[in-house]
Design a protein around this ligand. Structure first.
Ligand code: PLP
Length: 459
């Protein structure tokens, strides 16, 4: 472990909840849990938890009550919007809509697209940015998995040029992820945005995996919208964000019809009901807003800003280098990559282990080492299948340990992911466990129960 980047500009891990939680191993002893599944849901920052706890006694209805606590909660909700706008460096006229999470944000945007919009998405996307465009009368083009950032930009350019040559002007939207939830690789967002804009198309950035690790500046990247989830940004209180241009959102039917979205509702002489909808974020936030969720996101934004992304990124790079160096010493491990192992990535890495079924391997990491990772196709089935080298429809559920024998292709993969709260020791423990499992094998037998791989404790 010699070639880590200079440590000068890094910081200590941020305090997160659960850092001292002990979990039982299958043999009976207890160990501190190593949470290495940040890409699914990151632990709450202690700071977020403290802020929420301090606010909780003052909790009240938003945009509804005349009482003091309602007004305080309304102010807090609107201030949270302003904090998120600042965090994302939005343009003057952009708006922040609070949603449930990234999936919700992208479905909201899909529902607001002008009729007949052409949508372009890479087949490598998470299902949340791959699927919302289907079945809405939109014209969707799925672009093949590129093998380099340059290929990604060229593929988009080609698709836009072909569409423009074939037909008249139409509203167009490109959807791209900032960092892959499978490989962690960072995508050429600025270049894709420039290409989209050259053709008059708009672009939405799925920042679910990027925002927790890197600064996301809407102005600098020049994207039209950005979506992310609170629970991946250390704020697991059920809220997410869609931020960006107001015009298409204001012109669309509200995402949900109901109170809060409506400005006036009147009964007409013919017995029908006429509605005037709000413009702005309220139009798509019908129902009682999740003020705690929004406040938690704002608190996380402040905490990350204060810790400083330069230091956070530097620290994460050290952890990534540590992990890669450790895994490189285990020849049975194959890291999955689209753009090459040296391409910049966030703290997300997927791999397969020769001779092992990934579900079996992950189950052993949990049961015998107290390490929590994820196995499967990670809601990005086309991408993982491409990376595994097969296109056929293979089951993603926990397979029998013998399903992948030495030399055979794995049916799914293992993903390890970490972030601002991860201590070095968790990465070291993970690498040591991988090495031990590969060289010595699991100490227990495993079987499939309820679709999950579990140690067989019946003997
Ligand atoms: N986009 C990416 C890149 C993701 O990794 C995820 C979740 O893993 C999502 C979108 C969906 O996020 P959520 O489940 O919070 O809606």
């Amino acid at each position: 472990m010699s070639s880590y980047p200079n440590a000068v500009d890094t910081c200590r891990p941020l305090d997160v909840l659960g850092r001292e939680v002990e979990v039982p191993l299958v043999g009976g002893e207890k160990v501190t849990y190593a949470a290495l599944d940040y890409a699914a849901s990151a632990p709450a920052l202690q700071r977020v938890w403290d802020d929420v706890a301090a606010y909780a006694p003052y909790y009240g209805s938003v945009h509804r009550g005349a009482g003091y606590l309602s007004q305080l909660s309304t102010d807090l909700f609107e201030q949270s919007r302003a904090t998120v706008a600042d965090f994302l460096q939005l343009r003057e006229d952009d708006q922040v809509v609070f949603t449930r999470a990234t999936t919700d944000s992208l479905n909201l945007l899909a529902s607001a697209l002008p009729a007949g919009t052409r949508v372009y998405a890479f087949e490598t996307e998470h299902h949340a940015s791959l699927l919302p465009w289907r079945g809405r009368g939109l014209d969707v083009t799925y672009l093949r998995a590129p093998r380099s950032p340059e290929q990604a930009v060229a593929a988009l350019e080609e698709a836009l040029a072909a569409a423009h040559a074939a037909g008249g002007p139409r509203p167009e939207l490109v959807c791209v992820t900032g960092a892959s939830n499978v490989t962690g690789e960072i995508w050429p967002v600025r270049e894709l945005a420039a290409t989209a804009h050259r053709y008059g198309a708009r672009i939405v950035l799925d920042a679910a995996q990027l925002a927790p690790h890197h600064p996301v500046s809407v102005r600098e990247l020049d994207v039209d919208w950005v979506a992310f989830s609170g629970h991946k940004l250390y704020a697991p209180f059920g809220a997410g964000v869609l931020a960006g241009r107001a015009d298409w959102l204001d012109a669309a039917e509200p995402y949900l019809a109901g109170g809060g979205a409506s400005r006036t509702v009147a009964r007409e002489a013919d017995g029908s009901v006429a509605v005037e909808w709000h413009r702005g974020p309220a139009r798509h936030e019908a129902g009682s807003p999740n003020v705690i969720g929004a406040y938690a996101i704002a608190s996380a934004c402040r905490a990350l800003r204060e810790a400083g992304f330069d230091a956070l990124v530097a620290r994460e790079r050290q952890l990534i280098a540590r992990l890669r160096e450790g895994l490189a010493a285990v020849p049975e491990v194959r890291v999955l990559t689209l753009f090459g192992e040296d391409h910049p990535r966030v703290g997300v890495l997927s791999f397969v282990v020769q001779g092992w079924n990934s579900s079996h391997f992950s189950a052993a990491l949990s049961a015998e080492y107290g390490i929590g990772v994820r196995d499967g196709l990670f809601c990005a089935h086309p991408l993982v299948r491409t990376l595994l080298g097969g296109e056929e429809n293979v089951p993603s559920e926990c397979g029998a340990p013998e399903a992948s024998l030495p030399g055979e292709r794995s049916l799914n993969a293992i993903r390890v992911s970490f972030g601002a709260g991860t201590p070095d020791e968790h990465v070291d423990r993970f690498v040591a466990a991988v090495r031990e499992l590969v060289t010595q094998g699991a100490q227990w037998a495993y079987r499939t129960e309820g679709g999950r791989c579990v140690p067989d404790t019946r003997r």
